[in-house]
Design a protein around this ligand. Structure first.
Ligand SMILES: *Cc1c(COP(=O)(O)O)cnc(C)c1O
Length: 353
């Protein structure tokens, strides 16, 4: 199906693999030996090259720095109990990268270039894929306008880089989240559905203010009414109310998470009832006070499935019931672990390298 492109590979002469403490991984601090770089100019992408991870040079006139044509992706490769290295749903991330590119007036990257670069890179750095439960190789593609041009217009040239690094889960404690009712992350007609760099830049101040008050993250509410739940940090959110899994629809303001989609797919397969619909904060608060809210959790590649223990709203903290063995998020997490670290691949999500 995929035509092999000719990729130039320059291997490092000094691997840093033996400097990594695999028993003590965190998130986003360590990068593997190599990276994939493809360039777009004269209206087409080259097939790219794999070179040692390191610096690339640009001038301060690089257009992405001024006008924000910068998008990224995040997904993972896992080592299973047979030692195989498998990437989770890479075609879905490729599709979403192109969706972000279209919205930001950037060129789409052809599937064969993306997949060939990705799989050759993961193959070359396969020893960097950790094996302990909860760990994985995080994969971060980033694409940006690289033209040396100051003046508002789309860049003529672009760079796609794929870098990777071994990680553990982003959060290792249950989350305290604050419902945000002043700042907004995204509005209708905007770019909330895209993994565009500016969405994260604008979120840092409100997130910092929440962290100063002792919360890990915000829960964003809709821009018009500050009433409907949107998402949290780099996670989608879901609730369990009366044994039903409820999550808001991914529209123009909510990013369509692949973890979220996987959870909904597994829930359906296991006969767990789910609803994709708008959820007002009053509904969550009512359910909490009437003991109908059983669970709340975040879902995303970095955080995986992250239980929420406390919701802050209007100056008060509300405690959620403690997670049990048979919580829905726990049951679904276990299914995901089986797919990632076991051999089963019921939904054809794993791409073997
Ligand atoms: C990346 C991201 C998610 C989660 O998407 P996954 O594909 O599950 O990793 C959710 N919300 C936002 C804002 C994100 O950037």
């Amino acid at each position: 199906m995929l035509k092999a492109a000719s990729i130039d590979i320059k291997k490092t002469s000094a691997s840093r693999l033996n400097e990594v403490d695999f028993s003590n991984l965190s998130f986003g601090k360590v990068y593997s030996d190599h990276m994939f770089i493809a360039e777009y100019k004269n209206n087409k992408w080259n097939s790219g090259q794999i070179i040692p991870y390191g610096k690339i040079q640009f001038t301060p006139a690089m257009s992405a720095l001024h006008y924000g044509q910068a998008i990224f992706e995040g997904f993972k490769a896992y080592r299973n109990n047979k030692g195989e290295v498998r990437i989770f749903r890479p075609l879905d991330n490729h599709r979403r990268l192109n969706k972000s590119a279209v919205r930001m007036q950037m060129p789409e990257i052809p599937g064969e270039i993306f997949m060939e670069g990705l799989t050759r890179l993961i193959d070359l750095d396969r020893d960097w894929v950790p094996s302990a439960g909860g760990t994985s190789l995080y994969i971060r593609p980033v694409m940006f306008g690289s033209e040396e041009h100051v003046g508002l217009k789309p860049s003529d040239t672009y760079v796609l880089a794929i870098i990777t690094g071994p990680v553990s889960k982003l959060y290792n404690v249950p989350l305290k989240v604050l419902v945000e009712t002043e700042y907004t992350r995204a509005g209708p007609g905007g770019v909330g559905f895209a993994k565009a760099a500016g969405n994260y830049g604008r979120s840092l101040l409100p997130a910092k203010l929440a962290q100063k008050k002792g919360y890990h993250q915000l829960i964003w509410t809709d821009a018009q009414h500050h009433r409907y739940i949107e998402e949290s940090g780099s996670m989608n959110v879901a609730f369990v109310i009366n044994n039903v899994l409820v999550t808001p629809p991914a529209g123009t303001t909510i990013l369509e998470g692949i973890t979220r989609d996987s959870i909904l797919t597994i829930a359906k397969d296991m006969g767990i009832k789910s609803e994709v619909r708008r959820i007002a904060i009053d509904e969550v608060m009512d359910a909490l006070s009437e003991n109908r809210l059983q669970e709340a959790f975040g879902a995303g590649t970095a955080a995986v499935v992250a239980p929420i223990v406390t919701i802050g709203y209007n100056g008060k903290d509300y405690a959620l019931p403690p997670n049990t063995e048979n919580s829905i998020s726990g049951i679904i997490s276990k299914e995901l672990d089986k797919i990632w670290y076991g051999e089963e691949d019921k939904f054809s999500w794993m791409w073997k390298v």
